[in-house]
Design a protein around this ligand. Structure first.
Ligand SMILES: NC(=O)c1ccc[n+]([C@@H]2O[C@H](COP(=O)([O-])OP(=O)(O)OC[C@H]3O[C@@H](n4cnc5c(N)ncnc54)[C@H](OP(=O)(O)O)[C@@H]3O)[C@@H](O)[C@H]2O)c1
Length: 325
């Protein structure tokens, strides 16, 4: 059957993404074919498109999606035709109306979750789950620093922190983004486009600083983030929105107080499948109890992926964005 999909022929800017027609076959024994109702947009899609994370070309784009199973392979026992499903990550290529993919990362949706919400939160919400509950297991009495708090991952993090009783200090680049982060549960915000966030974190914590920093901004905040940590604190560098952190001299961790550093990925926290199911169950429970609401602040037709990427990269978006096939 024919499907519509976004493809890149070469790495580069948003304009490299073209809507093309592709052939989609039947699923193999361990695969499912999904008809998407909504597709999540993530900053990682920009890294794949630009070539920061290189792909063999030509290639599709996109990690996250939600829809209905049209066909399931003979070995797939936990999903069947007609199931409402979503997935956080997969072989890259979710910007399509129909696709075939391995069943291993596909989860059945609770009845109370719509496709748009699901597409907007599987990758982002499961990222917050592993950051807050596995990488550094927050207990509820911590004050933490979280960069880009009004973004897709950020607004989920604000709400998850509030649900845990954690005081989240969120960085943002405008008063509007500050208000949004606060509304979603940030304890305090810092406009890092104007203020020195290291000094503000020291002030807000009475000089104590924080036990953990979650940094998805990368290059621009790397060194300041280390300065916000208590001795033996944990730096969680989980993204590169401003560019990747490179050329690190390990001595910096000694000089700034025997710091710990991790560069985690959702992929390594999603195996085996049982772990993924447990993380998703915790997230679905918080959503079911109204502790977390998924803000979809931008919706685009599939054919306008180019505009979607340009807006995300230029810091014009808040919360989550979805593509609609
Ligand atoms: N490792 C993992 O498992 C994992 C999983 C999911 C996401 N991530 C990472 O988490 C981060 C957030 O992802 P997201 O999809 O939710 O994106 P997002 O936060 O909605 O968008 C990125 C935000 O980063 C901030 N930013 C700071 N400097 C920037 C710059 N030079 N250019 C563009 N943006 C800049 C902007 O917020 P302000 O305007 O407020 O500064 C922007 O809105 C990304 O780095 C992503 O790669 C990592």
């Amino acid at each position: 059957m024919k499907a519509k999909a976004i493809q890149i022929q070469q790495h580069g800017g948003p304009e490299e993404m073209k809507l093309v027609e592709v052939e989609v076959g039947d699923p193999g024994p361990d695969e499912v074919r999904i008809r998407h109702h909504a597709i999540g947009i993530n900053f990682i899609d920009i890294y794949y498109r630009s070539g920061l994370y290189p792909l063999p070309l030509p290639h599709g784009i996109g990690s996250e999606g939600a829809g209905v199973i049209e066909a399931a392979g003979s070995n797939v026992k936990f999903l069947k035709e007609g199931d409402r499903v979503a997935y956080p990550q997969s072989p890259v290529g979710s910007y399509a109306d129909v696709r075939v993919m391995p069943a291993a990362t596909v989860l059945r949706l609770p009845a109370n979750l719509g496709f748009e919400q699901a597409a907007a939160m599987m990758l982002k919400g499961l990222t917050v789950q592993y950051l807050f509950r596995q990488t550094y297991r927050l207990q509820g009495n911590e004050t933490i620093l979280f960069h880009a708090a009004a973004g897709g991952v950020g607004l989920i993090a604000c709400q998850w922190a509030r649900a845990l009783g954690v005081k989240l200090i969120g960085t943002v680049s405008s008063p509007e983004k500050a208000a949004l982060a606060k509304k979603h549960g940030a304890w305090e915000t810092i406009d890092y486009s104007k203020e020195n966030f290291v000094e503000r974190v020291k002030q807000l914590t009475g000089g104590a600083r924080v036990p953990v920093v979650y940094d998805g901004v990368g290059k621009d905040t790397w060194e300041g983030s280390l300065d916000c940590l208590q001795p033996r604190g944990l730096m969680v560098s989980f993204g590169n929105a401003s560019g990747p952190v490179t050329g690190v001299n390990l001595g910096i961790l000694a000089a700034k107080g025997s710091l710990y550093l991790t560069r985690p990925t959702l992929g390594t926290y999603s195996v085996p499948r049982k772990r993924l199911e447990e993380s998703a169950a915790e997230m679905f429970d918080l959503i079911g109890r109204g502790k977390i609401k998924i803000e979809i602040d931008q919706r685009y037709p599939l054919a306008e992926a180019t505009r979607a990427h340009a807006e995300l990269a230029s810091r014009k978006t808040t919360g989550s964005s979805v593509l609609l096939p």
